[in-house]
Write a protein that binds this ligand. Structure first.
Ligand code: OGA
Ligand code: MN
Length: 286
């Protein structure tokens, strides 16, 4: 197995391992090690069936059934989420504007995603890139004083802050808000495998628990700008057949709308279940 780093901050391509074959435990361990080190790993040139995508993902842990976003599941495969701008059953896809603000997957749930594995089956001729930033470096780069301040914060995640919320079907939105009320998670989390500390705040954080929106906003804004500085980012230009796997505990990502929306962009995602976390809170005070 060979790795080829894709940027200074994070990301590596992996070659020389057939992920649709019967992977040995040592191959899985080697992939896991590369993933822990680079946070985002890329496999190229695949032709995955849903069953192969699911089987590979399962080698790394239990999969989420996506009950938090039930309308985006692939028919017959609750372990696969469709991220697509192609109409579904004659209706606009609910995921057509998904991911257009910096986030970590399922942060608005009581079981934030450990990792995600996104597979590209169709892409526009140009654009439709995804950016990733390294939240462990972002934490590490803070001053000791700032670290000690954010160490005590709880970030409140609010489903209404997902991108494209206003363009979603309002009835489905009401349903989703019932399943996903505002929830607080630690603003700094320790990775269960590596012990690395990483920031956990995003453009979907409404406020810090115990503080008003007005008090929180400048700090959230600063932390997001700090985390997403260009030198802390890897920008993935998709090719059909790419499988990109990211660790949601040490990264954020952003789907860029830098493409012609009349061109199909179609992806399938598995989500590795994280640990249960968080407590439900009332919506933010102004
Ligand atoms: C996701 C997501 C980004 C993209 O699948 O979780 O945010 O570029 N996708 O489609
Ligand atoms: Mn996402």
């Amino acid at each position: 197995m060979e790795t080829n780093r894709l940027s200074h901050a994070l990301g590596a391509e992996i070659y020389g391992v057939n992920i649709v074959g019967d992977l040995s435990n040592s191959e899985v361990e080697a992939i896991h090690d590369a993933w822990r080190e680079h946070h985002v790993i890329v496999f190229r040139g695949l032709e995955l069936t849903p069953a192969q995508h699911i089987a590979f993902s399962l080698r790394f842990g239990a999969l989420d059934d996506h009950a938090a976003t039930p309308h985006e599941r692939l028919d017959g495969h609750p372990e696969l989420l469709e991220v697509t701008n192609k109409p579904k059953k004659g209706q606009p896809s609910q995921s057509r504007n998904a991911g257009r603000n910096w986030h970590s997957d399922y942060s608005y749930t009581g079981r934030p995603a450990a990792a995600s594995m996104l597979y590209c089956t169709e892409k526009p001729p140009v654009g439709g890139d995804t950016m990733f930033c390294n939240m462990a470096r972002a934490y590490d780069d803070l001053s000791d004083k700032m670290k000690s301040v954010v160490d005590d914060f709880q970030s409140v995640y609010d489903f209404t802050l997902v991108s494209g919320a206003a363009k979603r079907d309002p009835a489905k939105m009401v349903e989703l808000l019932k399943v996903n009320p505002p929830i607080a998670h630690p603003c700094v989390r320790t990775h269960p495998d590596s012990g690395v500390k990483a920031l956990y705040v995003s453009e979907r954080t409404s406020h810090f628990d115990g503080m008003s929106r007005a008090e929180s906003a400048p700090i959230i804004d600063y932390l997001c700008r700090h985390a997403t500085r260009p030198e802390n980012v890897y920008r993935h230009q998709w090719r059909v057949g790419d499988l990109v796997s990211w660790d949601n505990r040490t990264t954020m990502h952003l789907a860029l709308g830098d493409f012609d929306p009349s061109q199909p962009r179609h992806m399938l995602r598995t989500t590795l279940q994280g640990q249960k976390s968080g407590y439900v809170v009332p919506p933010a005070e102004p």
